[in-house]
Ligand binder design. Structure first.
Ligand code: PLP
Length: 371
């Protein structure tokens, strides 16, 4: 049956979008495979769970649900402003940090403008451009699949409006160095912004011996920097959908013009505010992730297998063979990982860190699958 009628009422850039393939819910997979107790290490969530402070703060806020949330997100922005040492007017909240990237494209890109990142950058950068009908340009990477600063700069054109780098990047776990980020900024056209996606910044802070860019320090030097952060990762609040952007007040002002009103719910803001001060949860989660990444790198083995370094809460694994049969074997062992074919990496899998208790099973299943 043809759906030609919908083609007639849809712009080509929308018709041509890839459909996002969400991972199946854990319960659905367990039912299909006839197993119980599966471990999901596919979405870079915090295996230690949500911030207990957030969990405690939300129930008392339930009685206020009849009211619209504070559209300005004042309490959370004020807390972030104090924490980060930036002005209130330099902060915007989003329905997850992804939301803010979509807003940035909408707010800054003319129809002919380009969004530039690299080939193995987080897929949302491409999607955010394509949903808005803008061109996404993917620069080549280093042989280790990380951001190649010179190649990125070589791909800058007069139409480049946003340059987006994830540091640490998903799915590679790689970072851009301080000097690398400064070099990008120095080569950035005056009419462009450098978006630094720091979704995993709190994890990277656990590796002080490794040089990596500091978006907020760069923003202090150059108004063209926008930093994106999220409560979905180390704070363990992916289900609430809260992220924030830090930038020059003029950039935050234009973001506010395209963002929808009331797009961050009241419970989400209450949870995020409580989690921000949950230093114990953050410290334990960061320490756990580093130890788990080190274990994965040290203990996962197999012919042709390479586990990439990572400063985040996941690792990228080159299976040295097509990853689909490995993925299927892992599924049957009750370990759900993320295949990387959508990134153009058909031999690779991304594996998030598991809880302390589940790590031996994840490592055992990987080694069995690679044997
Ligand atoms: C690099 C990167 N940026 C942003 C996000 C999205 O975060 P949020 O849940 O805040 O939209 C993710 C989530 O996987 C990510 O890996």
């Amino acid at each position: 049956m043809s759906d030609a009628w919908i083609d007639e009422l849809t712009p080509a850039h929308v018709r041509n979008l890839d459909v996002y393939q969400p991972g199946k819910p854990l319960e659905e997979l367990e039912r299909e495979l006839g197993i119980t107790g599966a471990i999901k290490v596919a979405s870079n969530e915090n295996p230690l769970g949500p911030s207990p402070r957030a969990v405690a703060a939300i129930p008392p806020a339930l009685s206020q649900l009849a009211l619209y949330p504070d559209a300005g997100g004042f309490a959370l922005r004020r807390a972030l402003s104090t924490r980060l040492g930036v002005g209130l007017e330099q902060l915007a909240l989003g329905n997850g940090s992804n939301d803010l990237l979509y807003q940035l494209v909408l707010a800054t890109c003319e129809p002919t403008d380009e969004v530039l990142s690299h080939k193995y950058a987080f897929l949302s950068y491409r999607l955010a451009a394509q949903v808005a009908g803008r061109t996404f340009v993917a620069a080549p990477t280093t042989p280790e699949l990380g951001c190649d600063v010179e190649a990125l700069l070589a791909a800058v054109t007069p139409r480049t409006k946003l340059v987006v780098i994830g540091t640490p990047n998903n799915p590679t776990g790689s970072v851009v160095t301080r000097a690398g980020a400064e070099r990008i900024l120095a080569g950035l056209p005056q009419r462009a912004l450098l978006v630094i996606d720091e979704a995993y910044a709190e994890y990277a802070a656990e590796w002080p011996e490794i040089d990596h860019a500091d978006g907020l320090a760069l923003l202090k030097k150059d108004k063209r920097v926008v930093v994106l952060r999220t409560f979905s990762k180390i704070y363990g609040l992916a289900g609430l959908r809260v992220g924030y952007a830090v930038g020059h007040r003029a950039v935050i002002d234009i973001l506010g013009r395209v963002g929808r009103t009331f797009h961050v719910g009241s419970l989400a803001m209450v949870g995020a505010l409580a989690a921000l001060d949950d230093h114990d949860h953050i410290a334990i989660s960061a320490r756990h992730a580093r130890a788990a990444v080190e274990r994965l790198r040290a203990e996962v083995r197999g012919p042709g297998v390479h586990v990439y370094p990572s400063l985040a809460n996941f690792v990228l694994i080159d299976c040295g063979r097509p990853s689909t049969p490995v993925y299927d074997k892992l599924l049957r062992a009750g370990v759900i990982v993320r295949p990387m074919a959508a990134w153009g990496l058909p031999n690779h899998l991304r594996v998030s860190v598991a809880s302390h208790q589940d790590m031996p099973r994840v490592i055992g299943a990987l080694n069995d699958a690679f044997a």
